[in-house]
Ligand binder design. Structure first.
Ligand code: AMP
Ligand code: ZN
Length: 466
């Protein structure tokens, strides 16, 4: 399997630290609001990558944090006249509702920064003790220049970065490029006791600390949205490696933005659509399909037209599924013929092509094309004259290849209840329109299927005939 490593700017063969296992850390949301589908793209991309590793037989320890203490959290709590803790509790709940709605698998662990304060303080203390950090008036700063390989992820050296940082001069820092890893309490802010007085962690240190605590000093994959490359991830590398003296993450993966009119979807630009609202109108399969229809390292320009075209594409794939589901209950022959067995073997080429595409840095766009080719082949070759076993095998393969993408797992079969309820409603409508012939026909058709309707004062009831 090849993955594009932002650290080396090359596609590299993926070699896990431990055979068959993947230790993966993904920067999660700041939980002060509903997330938008821009954030959703990043979550869906790394959920898909995790699912694909699992499909290929890896056991994935997948950690995605919640940032539940920072300026945005504090401002939101003040706006709403509540505590930072309550804002965190609320939006973590909302996160799960929407992430579940998008068919994003639950992480192995979702650590909350505020639950790791003791470990974070230990981490900061370690950096002060070994000279990589210094305290000033209750703040602690990372001594960036001391970490000589700083800038490796962004691909710039310390001198270039330093001239850029001069704009923001803070007298208390030894160097403008130094960054806060612990922040002294400001009036009204939540704070924890520390060797430097009351304060709270900086954002970058949270991820360094939780990754170390939950996955170890060196992890396989660290991931997040493209905007996190600098300074967040650069700083994480510096802090972690300065403390442990070991390589922090072997592979860095970054997902490109979801844009609107070629600008990043973001809360501040007010050009966002929340996942919650998107899910009111579109199925998770459609939203995931849209996000995965382009390569994860290429920006995707969101529009309603794109969403509608994703919907039409997903419908085409579900038509193939629906067709097979109907055939399974209708075909007359049970067991595959020898010819059919050969045909099933030939379908394996789609699986191979799919794996080839996904093995090449998770090329979901091409993997989706393979799914369409497969569906087309099946639509032509699996018919009412096929065996039930063949229909089942074909359906299994479509679902198998949909699984890593988190799509195509639903059934198109309508339950008897839903179908009868819909027909009862149609009959009521017909009566209202004084189309009694249609109303009677619906009742008679149902009766022929062994379903009896009873008009009662409480409405229409139905039961199966004995
Ligand atoms: P935040 O809650 O802003 O910290 O963002 C959570 C995750 O979503 C981070 O990994 C961001 O990089 C990512 N993200 C934010 N906006 C976008 C966007 N428009 N497209 C893709 N990913 C995004
Ligand atoms: Zn992070």
């Amino acid at each position: 399997m090849k993955v594009f490593n932002s650290l080396t700017r090359k596609k590299e063969e993926f070699v896990p630290l431990e055979p068959g296992k993947v230790k993966m850390y993904v920067c999660g949301p700041t939980v002060y609001n509903f997330f938008h589908i821009g954030n959703g793209r990043t979550f869906i991309v790394f959920d898909t990558i995790r699912r694909y590793f699992e499909y290929r037989g890896y056991e994935v320890n997948f950690v995605q944090n919640f940032t539940d203490i920072d300026d945005k959290m504090i401002n939101k709590a003040n706006e709403e006249g509540t505590t930072v803790k309550e804002i965190g509790d609320k939006y973590i709940c909302e996160y799960y509702q929407d992430a579940d709605g998008l068919n994003i698998k639950r992480a192995t662990v979702n650590p909350r920064a505020t639950e790791y304060i003791t470990d974070i303080i230990e981490f900061v203390k370690g950096l002060v003790d070994n000279g990589y950090a210094y305290a000033v008036d209750g703040d602690v700063y990372f001594r960036t220049k001391k970490f000589e390989s700083y800038g490796q992820l962004i691909g710039q050296n310390l001198d270039d970065l330093q001239s850029g940082a001069r704009i923001n001069i803070d007298e208390r820092k030894e160097d403008p490029i130094d960054f806060a890893i612990w922040k002294a309490q400001k009036p009204g802010e939540p704070a924890w006791e520390s060797p430097w007085g009351l304060g709270r962690p900086g954002w970058h240190i949270e991820c360094s600390c939780m990754a170390k605590k939950l996955l170890g000093d060196t992890i396989d994959i660290h991931a997040g949205g493209m905007d996190l490359t600098f300074p967040h991830h650069e700083n994480e590398i510096a802090q972690s490696e300065a403390l442990t003296g070991k390589k922090f993450a072997n592979y860095w993966l970054h997902a490109a933005f979801l844009n609107v009119n070629n600008q990043k979807m973001s809360k501040s630009l007010n050009n966002f659509l929340t996942a919650r609202d998107a899910l009111k109108e579109y199925d998770a399969d459609v939203i995931r399909f849209l996000m995965l229809s382009g390569h994860y390292r290429i920006q995707l320009n969101f529009s309603n037209e794109l969403l509608d075209s994703a919907k039409a594409s997903v419908e085409r794939l579900y038509n193939a599924i629906g067709n097979l589901e109907s055939l399974i209950s209708e075909v007359k022959i049970e067991v595959m013929t020898d010819e059919e067995k050969k045909y099933v073997d030939s379908l394996d080429s789609y699986r191979q092509r799919y794996i080839e595409k996904m093995d090449d840095d998770f090329n979901t766009a091409d993997a989706i094309s393979v799914l369409f080719d497969l569906a087309r082949d099946i639509n032509t070759n699996v018919t009412i004259n096929s065996s039930k076993e063949l229909c089942e095998k074909a359906l299994e393969l479509i679902r198998e290849l949909g699984m890593p993408l988190g799509i195509l797992q639903k059934t198109t079969k309508v339950s008897l209840e839903e179908e009868v309820e819909a027909l009862i409603q149609a009959r009521q409508d017909a009566r209202k329109n004084r189309d009694f012939a249609l109303a009677d026909k619906i009742r008679d058709d149902l009766k022929a299927r062994g379903i009896i309707l009873e008009d009662t004062p409480q409405g229409v009831r139905w039961k199966k005939a004995d």
